[in-house]
Design a protein around this ligand. Sequence first.
Ligand code: MN
Length: 213
Amino acid sequence: MPVYTLPDLPYDYAALAPVISPEIIELHHDKHHAAYVKGANDTLEQLAEARDKETWGAINGLEKSLAFHLSGHILHSIYWRNMSGDGGGEPLEKDGVGELADAVAESFGSFARFKAQLSKAAATTQGSGWGVLAYEPLSGRLIVEQVYDHQGNVGQGATPILVFDAWEHAFYLQYRNQKVDFIEAMWQVVNWQDVAARYTAARSRADVLLLAP
Ligand code: MN
């Protein structure tokens, strides 16, 4: 049995149109995400073989491959659930996501400033990467991270709760080279209930690093 499996989409391929076309969602989930799942499982097998044979010549490449594919699998699994055809707007107390709204205001000054920072971080990735809102457990605050590939440039221990895929495969068929337009459109499909649930779960594990504040 493989360790990791591709999760089903929580909606059909057309659910996020016109912000993201059905063709992009199908390829992105069924081909790209599936490849990261396979890559993570294959790498675990190769590492097990290296341990069995005590052949460590490829250890650097295997550890990098594990970080890349596992992070790709995790980020895409969050990405699908971060979006909804009924999403958009901003987190508001009347929608039951007041704690998240308060945390955004406290950590970034206002929702508008947070939106500006995450949009800019996602849209200015060089090569392939992500813009990520993460819960940072040492401070108990939210931070924006600009992730390189799937795994670089991240703070240890922070939990991603809202992720914007800024790889070309996420938008190029529809938005061509207009990455800024794609990132701006992404805000129309953010599922704030999902983001708030992730914030609550991350907060409940705030002492996970076992470090004094
Ligand atoms: Mn992707």
